[in-house]
Design a protein around this ligand. Structure first.
Ligand code: ZN
Length: 256
C-alpha cells in the first residue's frame, strides 16, 4: 500500500493530513527546499483500531467461525488487507501512539466481529531473524509434534484487557494447510506451511479464535515436559540505550 507521489505542499514526516479527500500519512525525505516533494504515502483511512476489536465475553469470540467461500470476493480481500495493515500499524511506535493501538503479531477475523475462518500473522521469529507474513483463509492443522512448548511470560490477546496468570501449552511444531492470500500480487495459493516455536504458538492461538477458544481457557500454572521458547534479542537492541517502556519490545508482550 505504499505509493510514491509528487505533491506541492510540505508535511512533517509521520504527520497525517487530509490530501485529495484521503487521510494519508507522510514518510520519507524531502527532495527540495520548497515546492515539489516526493513522499511515500500510507493511506490510513478505513483502518482497524482498538475500537473495532471485540473483547472477552463477546459471543462472536465464543463460537466456531464459518468457512470462507473461494474465490475471495473484494470485500473479503479488503478485510484481509486491513487485518494485515492493523498488525503493521500496531508495530509502528508512531502509529501506536497516534491511534492508541496495542502491539499485535496476529489477528483473527472473529476479533473484529467477523465470524469467518481467516487470520493474519505478521512477526519475526524468536531469533529475530526470519519474518513471517501470512494472510490465511480456512487454515487447519494437518499435523503437529507431540513435543510441547510455551511462552515463558504467558500469552496475550488483543481481545483480553487483563493480565492473565499462567502459561499455555502448545505444540512445538505444526503443519498448517490453508489458502494464502498475497495482497500485493492479489493471488491466492493453496499450500501447507511448517512452523515451529514462537510462530507455532502464534498460529495455534489464532486458530483457537476460529474455534471460539480464548487462551485464558488453556492456561496452566506450570508445565512439565515442555521446553519454553527462548527469545534471542537482536544485538542492535542490546547495544542501544533504549528508554523504558514500549521501546523495550519483547515478543511476550505482543498480543495476538
Ligand atoms: Zn487473541
Amino acid at each position: 500500500m505504499y505509493t510514491t507521489m509528487k505533491t506541492f505542499f510540505t508535511a512533517e514526516n509521520g504527520s497525517v493530513i487530509l490530501f485529495r479527500g484521503r487521510l494519508v500519512r507522510f514518510s520519507g525525505a524531502t527532495d527540495g527546499k520548497h515546492g515539489e516533494i516526493c513522499y511515500n504515502v500510507w493511506e490510513v483511512r478505513n483502518m482497524i483500531t482498538m475500537e473495532d476489536i471485540i473483547r472477552e465475553g463477546h459471543p462472536t469470540l465464543q463460537k466456531r467461525a464459518e468457512e470462507v467461500d473461494l474465490p475471495l470476493d473484494d470485500g473479503t480481500k479488503n478485510t484481509l488487507v486491513k487485518m494485515r495493515r492493523f498488525l503493521i500499524n500496531s508495530q509502528d511506535e508512531t502509529m501506536r501512539e497516534e491511534y492508541g493501538l496495542r502491539e499485535g503479531v496476529g489477528l483473527s477475523a472473529p476479533q473484529i466481529g467477523l465470524s469467518k475462518r481467516m487470520i493474519a500473522i505478521h512477526t519475526l521469529d524468536e531469533d529475530f531473524e526470519e519474518h513471517h507474513d501470512y494472510l490465511i483463509i480456512n487454515p487447519s492443522i494437518v499435523s503437529h509434534s507431540v513435543a510441547k512448548t510455551y511462552i515463558p511470560g504467558g500469552e496475550g490477546c488483543l481481545s483480553v484487557d487483563r493480565e492473565v496468570e499462567g502459561v499455555v501449552p502448545r505444540h512445538k511444531r505444526v503443519s498448517v494447510h490453508g489458502h494464502f492470500y498475497d495482497s500485493d500480487k492479489d493471488t491466492v495459493e493453496e499450500r501447507t506451511i511448517r512452523l515451529r516455536g514462537f510462530l507455532s504458538v502464534v498460529i495455534q492461538h489464532e486458530l483457537d479464535h476460529l474455534n471460539g477458544i480464548l487462551f485464558t481457557k488453556r492456561t496452566v500454572g506450570e508445565l512439565e515436559h515442555a521446553e519454553p521458547i527462548e527469545f534471542k534479542l537482536p544485538e542492535s537492541t542490546e547495544d542501544e540505550s533504549a528508554p523504558e517502556g514500549d521501546n523495550n519490545r519483547t515478543p511476550k508482550e505482543e498480543k495476538a
